[in-house]
Every structure is written in C-alpha cells, then in structure tokens.
Write a protein that binds this ligand. Structure first.
Ligand code: DMJ
Length: 647
C-alpha cells in the first residue's frame, strides 16, 4: 500500500492532467512507480547511484567530445598553416646608429594600414569573426582562396580541417615541433631587414588596436572573441597603457584618436575602487611618460589629477598604503579579507610618485612613497636582502614571513631598487645597497641549475625549503641585472642575466606552441628526462612582456643578434596562436596544445603597453630611441626621464 500522502499526490496529478494524457501512458507511469516502490531501499540507492554516475560520465565525455569537435573543426594541422610574414626580402641592413627618428608629428608615416593577410581577407568577407564560427562560416561561403583559422592563420581550404591530418600533426614529438618552429623562424628572421621587423610589430599593434577600437573603445580591456570588453576600473586602461607605445612606433593617427578620447572622455571623478599599484604603473605611469615624449600638458594635467586622487591610500596607521582607493570618494581600504598589502605593490609605485613631485614641485607624492621605502628598508624579516611577500598596513611589519620569491608579489621590489637609484642620478646609496644585497641573496638562496641540461633558474624558498618553481614574471630579472652591469655594477650580474635569459627563452621554446606558460617547475634530479615541467593549472599564457623586456635590454647591451631572433620567434608564435582575425589578441589556457590552446577571450592592456613596445625597441637599431642613458622604464614599460643632475 502506498502511504496516503503518496496516493494523494498520484491522484491529484492524474486528475489534473488526465484529459490530456492517453491511458497507456498513465498505466505505464503508474506501473513503473509501483515497481520502483517495490524495490528495497538498497536497490533504489544502487540504481540512483548508477544513474548519477552515468550522468556524470555522460557530461564529462560530452565536454571532451565538444572540445575535440571544436578543436577539429576550428583548427588545421601545423603543416597547412601558411606563415603570415616571411616574404623573401633583402639582406638585413647593417646595424649602426641611425639618425634619431623625428617625433610622429614630423615623421613620414608608414603607408601600410593593418595586417596584410588578415584584414584584406576580412574585407573580402571570407573570414567570419569568432573562434567558434569561423571555419563553419567560411565553408558555407565556399571560400576558394583560403579560410582564416581562429589563430588568424590562412588555411588551404582543400586541406580544410581534416581530422586525420590533425592526428598526424599530433604524432609529431615535441622535439620535432620545436625544431620546425625554430627552422621556420630562423629562415624568416635572417631574411628580414630592420624596417621589416619593425613593420611586423607595428602590424601586430595595429591589429590589436583595431580590435580594441571596434569592440572595446574607451573600456579597460578587449575581449576579442566575444567582441566585447571587460572593465576593471572603468578608466580606458588599454588606451592609456598604449599611448606612449603608439608615439614610439610613430602611429600618429592612432595616437591622435586616443588623445582625443583622453581630452574629451577621460574622467577620474568616478565612484570607483581602483588598485593603487595597477593604477599607478599603468595610468599614472602611462600619462607621465606620454607627457615627456610629447610635451603635451594634457597628459600632465591628467597625471596630476589621478596622482592626487590616489593619495588617500597612504592614510593608514603605518603609512604603508592600502591596496584600494576610491578615486571619486577619496577613501581607501585594504582587500576585504586582510589588512595586508603586497610588498611588490607598495614598493613599485615610487618611480611614478617621485616623478610627479618633480614635475609639480609638490613634495607630498615623493614624501609618501619615500616613507614606504624607508620603512621597508629598516624592517626585520628579510633574508640576505630578500623580502617576504606581504606587509601589514596597521603594524607596518612583514607578515607571512619566511617565504621568498622573485615572482608574483615581490618581483618589482627588486626592479625598483635599481631603477630609483638610476632615476635619481645614482645619488641615493640606500637603493644601491639594498639592490646589491638582494642580488647576493638571490645568488645564495634561489639560483639553481636544472637537469639534464643545466638551465639556470630562480626558485622559491619557503621556511628553508627550496622549491624549483619559477613564474614567468621572474623573467624581468635578466633585463634588470643587465641594466645594472651597464651602469657599473659587477660583471657577474650580466653573466647571471645571460644564463637566465637562455632559461626564459627555453620556457617558450620547449612548449608545443612556442609560448611560455605562466609558471614552470624545473627538474633537479640527476637522470631527469626534461628540464622543464608544467603543471596543468599553470599552462596559460597572458601575453606577458617579461621575456621580451629582458631580450630588449640584453640586445641593447650585448648586440648579440640571437636575442632579436628569439624575440622574433616569440612574436610569430603570438601571431600564430593568439591572434584573432576580427581584431585583437587573446590570452590562452594551454600552451602545450598547439591544436587547441584554448583562448581565454581577453587581451591584457600590457600586451600593447609592454609586450609590443619592447619587441619594437628590440628590433630598432636606433639606440637613441628611448635611450637607456636618459630614461628608466617603469614596471609597465613607461619610460620616465633620468633626472638631470641639477634636480
Ligand atoms: C605588468 O602589469 C607589469 O609588468 C607588472 O610589473 C607585472 N605584471 C604585468 C605584466 O606581466
């Protein structure tokens, strides 16, 4: 017998619905229900468990199949991808000091508008615009010239996206693929003149800018696949970060349209919480450097405005600034979950605030950041000049002590020690002392060699325990070390820089896409098969600049052309795996899968602010273009002047 309540339920249900149902359906349902009720609780549990298990397996295999289908449908095997750039070109011009280029206003602008293959094909209507629909659309339109894969590469339609060929490509060993990439890059690099290399970077910039302009104008970041944007602070982050890059590249039209937006649309009078560090390095830094390069006071006025709005961050019991400021309300606060700030963040705003004081003759900015510097200088808890990652805004003490890294949360502390010393004309010995001590601390505690090939890397230390983990962020270090040696610091800094540079390059080269993951782990045990391991969660690439940044410094100081070649390979792989045909570049989830690197649908502002700028400067023979005797780059690649000796 069913309990009364269940009978009621059945009766009411059937009664309400009976006119619409046929009898056999009713009967089957009642009979099934009776059988179900006759089962023991154990039997019912077993059946339910099996059903749930089957559902989970079904869902999992559905997403795998979907991904495979998307990968198979959307991509081509590497052999069928036509390289974008390599025409046969004259021998490279002889290097040497060329006359300093005129500023964009006086300069003859390049005629070329936009990437040759991609935009032309788009104009022809042969390429659809998103990763998801591109090959399907192209097939439907019966394109005979070739379709464009989501990578932005042109595919031979006869080969199409044939699954078997995909499979063949996958059978290649990683080593084979590495060799292929290098050979291709080698060939095109040696055949390119300086002018061609520079134009290739300009093309990439134009392509990124076009996507931003079409789908994200005035917003923080482009989402190139969904053809939309994301907001972080709502301050046109990409546009401001890219201003000085456009000026340096001589992209006058693009620069003027961005300047018009800054002039008419940019307002900091907004009820919005911004991150002090990110706003300082990207917005304040970007405005200050653009002011210096152009002499246009619009940018100085905007810099003063944002600088003064960031000052409430320093109103803390310890004078160590909070991470977040509301630039409209003039209030500041730490993150919701802690009263700590990040050490790199509070110690990497100094170049910008010091420069703001010099320009405005208002000492408050420099005084605020100098107080932070001095506090950190005097703190206990360092290890041979290495700093922990967190500092408390109430006590002013380091927290989470005993953990040391040159990666996230500590990286630019070291960079700004050297660069403040340079900015001030080498007159503030405290910076130099702290920097030299830190480099010794790195050598003593964090430098190790991998197995089997002996790559030099910088690991991490946690309570005395060494971990062979290295963030891509650490690849700023070769450039900083080389800059130090160029300015008279020990030669062995440059030796370490060169070794580290090789390692950072290998972090790209040894990946199947030729792009570095966010984090790597090095093997240290004798008999290891490969030097570099990548954990599943660390396989993404955010279009970060640190390696090309260091390549730029190493090339300027050594003039060894291999650094340019490495930069060229990296640019080509960004073009191959992250370029979106409708405009923009995307960060990717998986640098180990050249068939489906899995786009993340975001173009970080530093790709235009830093990555492409450093690549452009790497390929320029004109060393007076942002001379390293006259400028220091902030940690977002915005050049700020080295102070004249009178200052
Ligand atoms: C940039 O915002 C800066 O270079 C910062 O110092 C580190 N992170 C990103 C780039 O990776």
């Amino acid at each position: 017998m069913h309990p009364p309540s269940r009978q009621d339920y059945v009766a009411i249900t059937l009664g309400q619905k009976s006119s619409g149902y046929n009898n056999s359906k009713q009967w089957r349902r009642q009979s099934c229900w009776r059988k179900w009720k006759q089962l023991s609780r154990l039997q019912r549990s077993l059946i339910l468990f099996t059903v749930v298990l089957l559902l989970i397996c079904g869902l999992a295999s559905y997403s795998t199949i979907t991904e495979k289908l998307r990968g198979g449908e959307l991509e081509t095997e590497t052999d069928s991808v036509h390289p974008l750039a390599p025409h046969v070109l004259p021998e490279p011009e002889k290097t040497g000091q060329l006359p300093r280029p005129e500023p964009p206003s006086k300069k003859k602008l390049p005629n070329k508008r936009g990437p040759p293959l991609l935009l032309n094909l788009q104009k022809n209507g042969n390429a659809s615009n998103t990763v998801e629909d591109k090959p399907k659309d192209s097939k439907n339109k019966g394109d005979e010239q070739g379709v464009i894969s989501w990578r932005g590469a042109v595919i031979d339609t006869e080969q199409g996206t044939d699954g078997a060929k995909d499979g063949d490509a996958k059978d290649d060993t990683a080593a084979d693929q590495d060799i292929k990439t290098v050979k291709e890059a080698d060939h095109s690099f040696h055949n390119m003149s300086e002018t061609e290399l520079l134009e290739a970077v300009r093309d990439s910039f134009r392509h990124a800018w076009q996507g931003y302009k079409d789908f994200a104008w005035g917003h923080d970041e482009l989402r190139p696949i969904s053809k939309s944007f994301s907001e972080w602070f709502g301050l046109g982050l990409t546009l401001i970060d890219a201003l000085d890059t456009m000026w340096i590249m001589g992209l006058k039209t693009e620069f003027e349209e961005a300047k018009a937006w800054v002039s008419t649309e940019l307002s900091f009078n907004k009820n919005v919480d911004v991150n002090l560090f990110e706003t300082t390095i990207r917005i304040l830094g970007g405005l200050l450097s653009t002011y210096h390069l152009t002499g246009d006071t619009l940018f100085l006025e905007k810099a003063k405005d944002i600088g003064s709005r960031l000052m409430p961050a320093f109103n803390t019991p310890s004078k160590i600034p909070y991470s977040d400021v509301n630039i409209g309300k003039g209030t500041a606060h730490p993150p919701r979950w802690t009263s700590d700030s990040t050490v790199a963040e509070v110690t990497s705003i100094q170049l910008e605030f010091r420069e703001l004081s010099r320009l405005t003759q208002d000492p408050q900015y420099q005084a605020a950041v100098a107080e932070v510097t001095n506090k950190v200088h005097n703190l206990d808890g360092k290890l041979d000049g290495l700093v922990p990652m967190f500092i408390n805004t109430n006590s002013g003490q380091f927290t989470h002590q005993g953990v040391f890294t040159l990666g996230a949360r500590a990286d630019s502390y070291y960079e700004y020690l050297l660069k403040q010393w340079l900015q001030g004309g080498k007159k503030e010995p405290q910076f130099l002392e702290d920097y030299l001590q830190a480099v010794e601390g790195v050598k003593k505690n964090l430098v190790q060699k991998s197995s089997p090939n002996g790559l030099t890397f910088i690991g991490e230390l946690s309570h005395g325990q060494f971990s062979p983990k290295m963030d891509h962020l650490v690849c700023f270090l070769p450039g900083t070390l080389a800059l130090g040696t160029y300015n008279g610091l020990p030669e062995d800094h440059l030796d370490l820089a060169k070794q580290m540079m090789e390692t950072c390059y290998q972090m790209y080269k040894q990946m199947e896409t030729g792009l570095s993951p966010e984090i790597v782990h090095f093997n240290m045990h004798q008999g290891s098969v490969r030097d570099i391991e990548v954990k599943l969660a660390d396989r993404h690439n955010l279009l970060r600049p640190e390696t090309v940044e260091s390549l730029f410094y190493l090339y300027r100081f050594t003039k060894d052309k291999k650094y340019r070649q490495w930069g060229w390979e990296i640019l080509q792989n960004f073009n191959k795996y992250t370029k979106i045909s409708s405009g923009g570049y995307t960060s990717v989830n998986n640098v180990r899968d050249p068939d489906y690197p899995s786009p993340r649908d975001k173009m970080e502002s530093f790709f235009l602010g830093e990555t492409l700028k450093y690549l452009f400067l790497l390929f320029s023979d004109d060393f007076s273009l942002i001379s390293l005797d006259k400028y220091v780059f902030n940690t977002e690649a915005h050049p700020l002047p080295i102070w004249p000796s009178a200052a």
